[in-house]
Design a protein around this ligand. Structure first.
Ligand SMILES: [Zn+2]
Length: 431
């Protein structure tokens, strides 16, 4: 899109003779501006020029030129003649020049038929009304500019994720076996002491005693705790969970990929499992030397090149919280050693920390906090998980001494630190 040469335009601020002050249109109270037009070659471009005249200061006085609009085939710009105006060159469409609804239709009129005909010839629109034709042309130009802007923005995101590798091949199996709640499906038999059933986690059959619908038990094959479900009784079972996969993106950069998994099971049918990636958080060193998290979320709205948009997804919808915005989840640990090796997080103890806290966690804050407070490594090695999580998720310390002082304070304030660790592995910023 070629820019309009403002310097050249300044020589064409009034290329028309002003309308006569006796013109009857100035007597129509509702009209604010009378429009005269011209088509000129300005700075090697053919431009349509619109001059908007307001009525003179005194009745019958010389009309005052208020705006001169320069319209090219792919852009437009307006010169504001008001000496008090803060913006000399306005970029608004004709309809938005005066911040009034239907400005061009209600407040403006062409001075003569040839003035309108020039606009119709220039805009080549389907409309037979001058302001309408110009309005459509300007709306189309705006839309084209908007699409270009979105494209440029999304090109950056595409480049950002270019080195990204596929998700681990066994992710689906892992989610189904280890993350989603397990069930023991059985066919009830009256009077039978032992009942045969299938564990949903490992898919193996086993015979158990004391089987009762909705009772808890442990799979003798895989050792997972499950809930017993009679094939004849259970209703629609639907579970959803969040999990994180950490991968290396570039040298010294990690990406935390947050996965949402759903599984539904209707009576008499086989279970259906689906998972998708909802959020990606890149952790890298910013220009100021600090390690920061750069989140992206999946949204098909306005998608041109990629569905990934900057920022976290909306936390709330009109009708309730957005599960997709949850970033706290289970951690896929099978690839961790390989992915973190040789990165600034090689010794961050993410896996021992996760195993130690036995809970879901938000990974990105831990990774950034580790770079800020490397002491986390030693706290985790000493199995001081509660202390490590305080530093990672609640920490805001000036220096090492401050950190130590606050840690000691926290320790003395909580005589039984393990009693209340719920929800500590989640940053304050998330939902
Ligand atoms: Zn099992």
């Amino acid at each position: 899109m070629e820019r309009i040469d403002k310097k050249a335009c300044r020589r064409f601020l009034e290329p028309v003779t002003p309308p006569s002050s006796d013109c009857g249109l100035f007597l129509v109270e509702s009209l604010k501006y009378i429009v005269r037009t011209a088509v000129k070659i300005v700075g090697h471009r053919r431009l349509l020029i619109l001059c908007l005249y307001a009525r003179g200061e005194t009745p019958g006085g010389r009309p005052k030129l208020a705006f001169t609009m320069f319209q090219a085939s792919d852009s437009f710009i307006t010169y504001d003649h008001d000496p008090d105006s803060k913006t000399r060159w306005r970029t608004a469409m004709l309809d938005n020049l005066d911040k009034e609804y239907g400005f061009s239709f209600r407040k403006c009129a062409f001075y003569s038929r040839p003035d309108e005909q020039r606009v119709l010839n220039f805009c080549k629109g389907r409309s037979e009304e001058g302001f309408n034709a110009l309005g459509w042309m300007q709306v189309n130009i705006r839309e084209k500019e908007c699409r270009l802007r979105v494209r440029r923005r999304q090109q950056k995101v595409v480049r950002e994720f270019q080195p990204l590798r596929p998700l681990p091949g066994d992710l689906g199996t892992w989610l189904g076996r280890e993350i989603l709640p397990a069930y023991f499906y059985y066919d009830a038999k009256k009077g039978a002491k032992k009942v045969r059933g299938v564990c949903s986690a490992c898919g193996q059959e086993s015979e158990l005693e004391g089987v009762r619908h909705n009772a808890k038990g442990v799979c003798p094959r895989c050792g997972r705790e499950f809930t017993m479900k009679s094939n004849r009784k259970h209703g629609f079972l639907c579970d959803r969970e969040t999990a994180s996969v950490v991968q290396r993106l570039r040298d010294g950069e990690l990406v935390v990929r947050i996965i949402k998994v759903y599984r539904s099971h209707r009576r008499g049918e086989s279970a259906f499992l689906d998972f998708y990636e909802e959020t990606r958080v890149i952790v890298r060193q910013a220009k100021d030397g600090k390690f920061k998290a750069y989140p992206y979320h999946h949204s098909s709205y306005d998608m041109v090149l990629t569905p990934w948009k900057k920022g976290y997804p909306p936390v709330m919808f009109l009708y309730g919280p957005n599960f997709n915005a949850e970033t706290c989840g289970y951690l896929y640990t099978r690839n961790l050693k390989r992915e973190l090796n040789g990165t600034p997080w090689q010794y961050c103890q993410l896996e021992p920390f996760y195993q130690g806290v036995h809970d879901q966690m938000e990974v990105a804050p831990y990774l950034t906090a580790y770079r800020k407070y490397p002491a986390i490594e030693f706290f985790v090695k000493l199995k001081l998980f509660w202390l490590a999580s305080q530093i990672a998720y609640r920490g805001n310390f000036h220096d090492g001494e401050d950190l130590l002082r606050q840690c000691l304070h926290e320790l003395s304030a909580n005589s039984s630190p393990n009693s209340d660790t719920t929800d500590v592995y989640r940053s304050d910023k998330s939902i």
